[in-house]
Design a protein around this ligand. Structure first.
Ligand code: FES
Length: 213
């Protein structure tokens, strides 16, 4: 019996020519599509460039010789004020001065009761000064009524709330004042230096009678 056109078994025969055409066509379409995509901007182009790199040509080695020289030099020693505890805040009352010595110089500490220049403590009213009058070195004493330091030699006076400014008498300069530091945790008051020369001194540090080392 002849195999009918399009009947079951006959259709199972492979028509290689036709399949090749079909496959070839499909591949051609796919290739065309791929070619369009690849040829477009789907991927960045990789360009090949020729560059010339310049390197220094080393013709000969240079040798550096290091020589270490040790020598001893003399430098001036820096003299410094000392940091010295001179009172505790609990010891001070307004109008009640305390005497002390700072680096060998007689000083006095006082609570003026008002905020004062260079004052420390909770109220900024603790100040300290040289006890030597700037005129001729007389012993300065505190007057609580005026908040002034008064010299009994020639009755000069210094306003202790205004940094020891001379307000009456002979001095043409302020009374030397101490710079103070106040430790809030302990109440300790430290002197750390004078703001000007103490009477009779040309160098407060070098002429102090205590060691600065
Ligand atoms: S020594 Fe103090 S006023 Fe003269």
């Amino acid at each position: 019996m002849a195999e009918g056109k399009g009947s079951g078994k006959g259709n199972d025969k492979v028509d290689t020519n036709r399949r090749a055409i079909v496959i070839g066509g499909a591949a051609a379409v796919a290739g065309l599509a791929a070619g369009i995509v690849i040829g477009g901007d789907a991927f960045p182009r990789l360009l090949q460039k020729t560059v010339t790199e310049v390197k220094p040509e080393v013709t000969e080695k240079e040798v550096t010789k290091t020589v270490t020289v040790t020598k001893t030099v003399t430098v001036p020693e820096v003299e410094q004020y000392q940091k010295q505890k001179i009172a505790n805040y609990s010891q001070l009352s307004v109008g009640q001065p305390m005497s002390a010595t700072y680096m060998g110089y007689p000083v006095f500490i006082v609570r003026t009761g008002v905020k004062s220049i260079n004052g420390v403590g909770p109220n900024g009213d603790v100040v300290a000064f040289s006890a030597l009058c700037a005129h001729m070195g007389g012993p300065v004493q505190y007057n609580p009524n005026t908040n002034c330091g008064v010299c009994p030699y020639h009755y000069s006076e210094y306003d202790l709330t205004r940094g020891g400014m001379p307000v009456i008498g002979h001095p043409n300069q302020y009374l030397a004042q101490l710079y103070l530091e106040y430790d809030e945790s302990t109440g300790d008051i430290y002197a750390v230096g004078f703001n000007r020369l103490v009477y009779g001194a040309h160098n407060n540090v070098l002429q102090s009678t205590t060691s600065t080392s």
